[in-house]
Ligand binder design. Structure first.
Ligand SMILES: O=C[C@H](O)[C@H](O)[C@H](O)COP(=O)(O)O
Length: 268
């Protein structure tokens, strides 16, 4: 997909004390050019990496957007612009990428407090709640991003929704494989009022298996599920559920790259 690019870098709620530098609005850039969706992801990722400082413990996200951020961190380390970074990867895939880039790695056992995590998302609602995990990495992401002081989310504008589930695409739930149909049915029944259908994620004709050896059930909603906290609690009460892909009240900043430029949204 190609879209017209950015005439400015804008900021919403820039006066909020996020600990990040605020951006001025608007800042003229070069004349409009056409950028692909992947180029927009890269722009959001590079903007997020500006928040990285030497000596930080960094949560390294997973997915096509986060990949650009990890590449950029590796590049800045190689150049010597960044020093003494410790990365905590959120998936085996990101672990491999980080190793190939020479980024020093650790884990939450050794570094239980993470300074900053940068990751993509599948959906972002107006309160900066997220759906994540369409790449299957939601559990490790939630553990790492739940341990960080700052969580910067990077998306292109196609990820913005009015309410979670509003894209009509999957809201993933990680479950244990044992009697998965039973667990999937319980999840579907839980959201009957929202017209929910629950489908096991299949890849290459087989159930998709997460880095943790579990399955993913994708939930699709016809209507808004309403109270997200109540929905989260109800899902987690089902035996067999490991974690779900709603990341509520976790993002501190969302960087959106879109047709009109970059917008930085900070949590109230
Ligand atoms: O499990 C995958 C992660 O939650 C990703 O961060 C999310 O799916 C967004 O991925 P992408 O940047 O490829 O759209």
């Amino acid at each position: 997909m190609a879209i017209a690019y950015p005439h400015f870098i804008g900021s919403e709620n820039a006066s909020m004390d996020t600990g990040f530098p605020s951006l001025s609005l608007p800042t003229p850039l070069s004349p409009p050019v056409i950028l692909t969706q992947d180029e927009l992801k890269k722009i959001a990722a590079y903007k997020a990496v500006e928040f990285v400082e030497s000596g930080m413990v960094l949560g390294l996200g997973t997915g096509s957007t986060a990949k650009h951020a990890v590449d950029r961190i590796g590049e800045l380390l190689r150049q010597g612009t960044l020093k003494n970074i410790v990365g905590i990867p959120t998936s085996k895939k990101t672990h491999e990428q980080a190793v190939s880039l020479g980024i020093p790695l650790s884990d939450l056992n050794e570094h239980p407090v993470v300074d900053l995590a940068i990751d993509g998302a599948d959906e972002v609602d107006p309160d900066l709640n997220l759906v994540k995990g369409r790449g299957g990495s939601l559990l490790r992401e939630k553990m790492v991003e739940g341990a960080c002081k700052k969580f910067v989310v990077i998306v292109d504008e196609s990820k913005l929704v009015n309410y979670l589930g509003g894209s009509g695409l999957a809201m993933p739930v990680e479950i244990i494989p044992f009697c998965w149909k039973f667990t999937a049915k319980r999840l579907q029944d839980l959201f009957e009022d929202a017209g929910c259908s629950a489908e096991l994620r299949i890849e290459n004709g087989e159930p998709f298996v997460t880095d943790n050896g579990n399955y993913i059930v994708n939930l699709f909603f016809k209507r808004d599920i309403g109270d997200l906290k109540a929905a989260s609690d109800a899902i987690l009460r089902i035996a067999g559920v490991v974690e779900h892909g709603m990341f509520l009240d976790m993002a501190t900043t969302v960087i959106v790259a879109g047709e009109l430029g970059i917008t930085v949204k900070n949590k109230h």
